[in-house]
Design a protein around this ligand. Structure first.
Ligand SMILES: *Cc1c(COP(=O)(O)O)cnc(C)c1O
Length: 236
């Protein structure tokens, strides 16, 4: 059996991911049961997604709206969907009311549009504020220094329910190099939580991907977003 073949087995991959999450949680003295694994299904066929569901996955993440809504119509109801990618304002209407959590709230006009669509449907919109901890030009997100003002302003948008923060660490060879970014997000959430308005909670930290999720768990991640580790390498 080649390693390549083995890596295609979603159930085996899930088992290994769970073991790695458990060990990372143990190193940090954390309860692994409090860590949600979000299977990132971009570029993944529905049949492979079903294998992940059979292996116990309940949370799915997509970064493209069209791909997500197409898959929603083919997969069973009752799954939790996470919008994890950069969201255009003209696509918000397809997302609000359909996803459990938007991880990528990264600018004011997007917040206004999410609030407007939620108001229209009479629902609340649960969101994470995406923070660009590394300051890389190529990354979306609010800068850490602006996060407090951004949260304060969100207090006026009554349908928006902030649940926490999300970040994408820079790509690094050694996952240890991502640790300071994850730590900074955790500390930022703690600081913001101290001044948070009623209705705002900063309990969720969405951080960690295939390359760095163990370090993210050690630093307090309670939502990790895994594509490659579960489904194997994407083809693009
Ligand atoms: C693709 C993607 C992931 C998953 O990436 P892997 O490295 O395959 O685990 C996580 N988060 C975001 C925002 C993504 O776009």
């Amino acid at each position: 059996m080649t390693r390549g073949w083995f890596f295609l087995d979603v159930r085996d991959n899930m088992q290994r991911v769970r073991e790695r999450v458990c060990r990372a949680a143990a190193r940090a003295g954390r309860d692994p049961g409090k860590i949600t694994i979000i299977a990132v299904t971009k570029q993944v066929d529905v049949s492979r997604i079903r294998e992940a569901l059979e292996a116990g996955i309940t949370d799915l993440g997509e970064n493209r709206v069209q791909e997500m809504t197409a898959k929603m119509s083919e997969l069973p109801p009752g799954l939790r969907w996470h919008m994890i990618g950069h969201l255009q304002t003209n696509k918000v209407k397809y997302v609000v009311g359909r996803v459990d959590l938007i991880h990528s709230l990264d600018r004011w006009n997007l917040a206004v549009e999410i609030n407007r669509q939620a108001e229209k449907l009479g629902v609340d919109a649960r969101v994470l504020v995406q923070v660009n901890v590394s300051g890389e030009q190529s990354k979306f997100g609010i800068s850490p220094g602006e996060a407090q003002d951004f949260l304060d302003a969100l207090g006026d948008l009554k349908r928006i329910k902030v649940q926490g923060l999300m970040t994408i660490a820079p790509y690094v060879e050694n996952p240890e190099e991502a640790r300071p970014y994850f730590r900074e997000l955790r500390l930022l959430a703690r600081r913001l939580g101290e001044n948070a308005a009623p209705g705002t909670c900063l309990d969720y930290l969405s951080m960690g991907m295939t390359a760095d999720f163990e370090v993210a768990v050690e630093e307090g991640a309670n939502m990790i977003r895994l594509g490659t580790a579960i489904f194997g390498a994407r083809t693009y």
